[in-house]
Design a protein around this ligand. Sequence first.
Ligand code: KG4
Ligand code: ZN
Length: 345
Amino acid sequence: MLVLGIESSCDDTGVALYDTDKGLVAHALKSQRNLHKPFGGVVPELASRDHLNHISPLIRTLLTEKFMSVKDLDAVTYTAGPGLVGALLVGAAVARSLAWGLSIPCLGVNHLEGHVMACMLEAEKPDFPFIALLVSGGHTQLVMVEGLGRYQVLGETLDDAVGEAFDKVARLLGLSNAGGAALAKLAEKGSAQRFKLPRPMINRPGLEFSFSGLKTAVMQLINQQTLASGALSEQDAADIAKAFELAVVDTLTFKCARAMKETGSSQLVLVGGVGANTCLRTTLAEKADQAGWQLYYPRQAFCTDNGAMIAQLGAMRLQAGQRDLGLAAEVQPRWPLMTLTPPDK
Ligand code: KG4
Ligand code: ZN
């Protein structure tokens, strides 16, 4: 079965072809980063319009490059939520119309479940059950994954998501809205010794997170340094970026270790945009080696938003017997992981 997947929940237009026998066939992504740059954040209306301009050409190019046509498709799947309502509706409308025109099944899937299952896109994959650390722009959750559609959230953030904290600190350090990846790049030039920031919530029991205090601590540090030397030098900014990255990575690693211990699980999966962070990947890998668990993560391009995870998830659910006969391009801007159910037969 060849499945076309469409991702349009935020500011990346992603499309992919997934074959249930051969695995991922092709994927393509159009980022809207430059479009939103002047506004310091994603502008929902611009995002929707840009998805509209790019989804169909991206699908056409993807198929043509593989010497295929829409007639080769057996199903279409799209991100139905959570995300920006207008952006989601564009993907939903394209997916539903295409599937209707071709008389093939169409399935709206959950973006967060797509992230969690992205670890299955790689050759080395975990077996159910496993623990997932889902760290993205809107979510920070430790999840017990018992199977497709079977999730138990063990702990989550009480305030800012970790990706959101990366984005805000990046802005405070003058990196405009280039986000976590730009902050991580700056941190590479920073000293790990110069500043020490708090590791929030590690002295409290449980698996909850909180990152808004850390963001405030960074703000105070920036103010202190600016007062002391008139302006923040490039080295100051790099050292602060490093201190922030280490505080986040240590906190996440600490909570993962606690979750592994408390559940007795031996497999940890790192997914979501912040999962692309090299410092987090290497620190968790070291911890996994020491503690004797297996760590799995998708390649960086499949940590951040992409169409491959949506095509794969749709294929998994359709193959497990799920059918969606609705014709409406329904979307759910809020759609927590915990409300999902296994594919209905
Ligand atoms: O999963 P994602 O692409 O979109 C959401 O579903 O939210 O995650 C985006 C988040 C952003 O906050 C971005 O700054 C962060 O992931 N991110 C990173 C890195 N790459 C992306 N954070 C830290 N280090 C990175 N290398
Ligand atoms: Zn995402």
